[in-house]
Design a protein around this ligand. Structure first.
Ligand code: NAD
Length: 479
């Protein structure tokens, strides 16, 4: 079935659905047709959000709690249907699609609870007879710009706190995944959000996104996507003196030490590097392996990779779905060619695969004999491609792990408490995993990185409050 979806602006569904989206597992399958907004609609949406802010910011915790809780309940009740639609639209497997949908429901539930836990502080002034209150208020109109690789979880982890803390929203999802975005907005709209509080403007980044960056009426922008676009968001936001938050790329290391449990290390590497078709900012793309375990680890990896079922995302047996689209597939193949030219050995996979339906299927690729100076070690590929870097010991592994312009996640597989503890302390990443894949995080704790991966305060958990609120300090003469 092909759906036709419009934008939501000031409480009205508007625009002709014209832009077509296809299923990456079967390019003959048209998922839907979607409205593609121009700059005027973006401006209209921003004006609607601005007009809705005073009332919504003073609506009180119960009104916000009701909408967020109702949204969470509906997403959870429809998790299989929404998860399937997500898998059809983005190409992640059914299990991954349903898992991500459940996470979105949990995020709305968490921030529903947060509406009732807002607090401030009251202290005596240094001046006798004066009281000082510190409270948090919503920032205003928040622009939310999201990427395609987590079509429902990333919108949820931005929209839920933005609403919980009393902000109004202009939401611009990635062009490749409008269906998941539309679904979440439809649910929130029907859950009772007043008009203008949440506006959906689907369309091109260079048009709709850019109009949001250029508007003086957008008070804050939360962005997740590539480094290149992130830098544009930063420059435009400084120009307007607005708050901004960026979550961008990664080149995450997984260190495997001689004393690692080999089964745990292979599980972590296969999951971290290849699940979700390697299209996760938290993917383990550099496997940094010490000498004595190197050959055993590589043999076990090849054996495991050979068992992986790569195919249609909607087939329950599939473990790795297709690449998201032709452009990303070309990027993956280009990097595989670059790795070979640089002198790394392609030890497994990397070739296109034919399946019953025409889709963007690629066998997971594993390079050996790579150095950390190669482009495949330094640049984010964002596909099912990983490379092994052989090192002599823990100290060299840590140096190589930290030698990167990025700093989102890192991981170590070891049975040594000493090395695990040292790595947690000295890894230059925002999130560190011990004997766990670098990808896969909880929804109630902070998410974010360092260096070129992130900018601004953390997302998720109670830490999200930092971005979506501003602090007011009020003084009262008690008399
Ligand atoms: P992208 O930068 O191409 O697009 C992200 C969003 O920005 C899209 O909605 C796009 O339409 C919009 N955009 C494009 N041009 C714009 C402009 N001029 N003005 C405003 N908005 C504009 O990224 P992508 O390809 O969708 O996503 C993949 C990237 O996202 C990868 O680099 C990945 O690592 C990153 N990512 C990071 C995290 C994280 O939390 N660190 C999570 C997921 C994805």
């Amino acid at each position: 079935m092909t759906v036709h979806r419009k934008n939501l602006i000031d409480g009205e569904w508007l625009g002709e659905a014209g832009s077509r989206n296809i299923n990456p597992s079967n390019t003959n399958d048209v998922v839907g047709e979607y409205a593609s907004a121009g700059p005027e609609e973006a401006t209209q949406a921003i004006a609607a959000a601005k007009a809705a802010f005073p009332a919504w910011s003073r609506s009180g915790p119960l009104a916000r709690h009701a909408v967020l809780k109702k949204t969470s309940d509906e997403i959870m009740a429809r998790k299989d249907e929404i998860g399937r639609s997500l898998a059809r639209e983005e190409g992640k497997t059914l299990a991954e699609g349903v898992g991500e949908t459940i996470r979105a429901a949990q995020l709305f539930d968490f921030f529903a609870g947060e509406t009732l836990r807002l607090s401030g502080e009251m202290v005596p002034s240094v001046r006798p007879g004066v009281g000082v209150e510190m409270t948090r208020e919503g920032v205003g109109v928040v622009g939310i710009i999201t990427p395609w690789n987590f079509p429902i979880a990333i919108p949820a982890w931005k929209i839920a706190p933005a609403l919980a803390y009393g902000n109004t929203i202009v939401f611009k999802p990635a062009e490749l995944v409008p269906e998941s975005a539309w679904t979440i907005v439809d649910i929130l709209h029907r859950a009772g959000l007043p008009k203008g509080v949440l506006n959906l403007v689907m369309g091109k980044g260079s048009v709709v996104g850019q109009a949001m960056l250029d508007s003086p009426d957008v008070n804050a922008i939360s962005f997740t996507g590539s480094v290149g676009t992130g830098k544009r968001v930063a420059a435009a936001s400084v120009e307007h003196m607005r708050k901004f938050q960026l979550e961008m790329g990664g080149k995450n290391p997984l260190v495997v030490l001689d004393d690692a449990d080999i089964a745990v290390a292979v599980d972590c590497a296969v999951n971290g590097a290849y699940f979700s078709t390697g299209q996760r900012c938290t993917a383990s793309s550099r496997l940094i392996v010490t000498d004595a375990i190197h050959d055993r680890f590589v043999d076990a990896m090849k054996e495991r990779l050979d068992t992986l079922v790569i195919g249609d995302a909607l087939d329950a047996k599939t473990q790795i779905g297709p690449v998201v689209d032709q452009t990303q597939l070309k990027q993956d193949e280009d990097y595989i060619a670059i790795g070979r030219q640089e002198g790394a050995e392609l030890a497994f996979g990397g070739e296109r695969l034919e399946r019953e339906t025409p889709g963007f299927y690629l066998r997971p690729a594993l390079f050996l004999g790579s150095t950390n100076a190669m482009r495949i070690s330094r640049e984010e590929i964002f596909g099912p491609v990983a490379n092994v870097i052989r090192v002599k010991d823990y100290d060299e592994a840590l140096t190589v792990a930290n030698d990167t312009p990025f700093g989102l996640t890192s991981g170590i597989c070891t049975t040594s408490l000493k090395h695990a503890t040292h790595f947690k302390r000295n890894s230059e990443a925002g999130m560190v995993m011990v004997n766990l894949p670098t990808a896969g995080v909880d929804f109630h704790v902070p998410f974010g990185g360092r260096k070129g991966s992130s900018y601004g305060s953390r997302e998720q958990g109670r830490y999200a409050m930092e971005f979506y609120t501003t602090v007011k300090t009020a003084y009262t003469l008690a008399g």
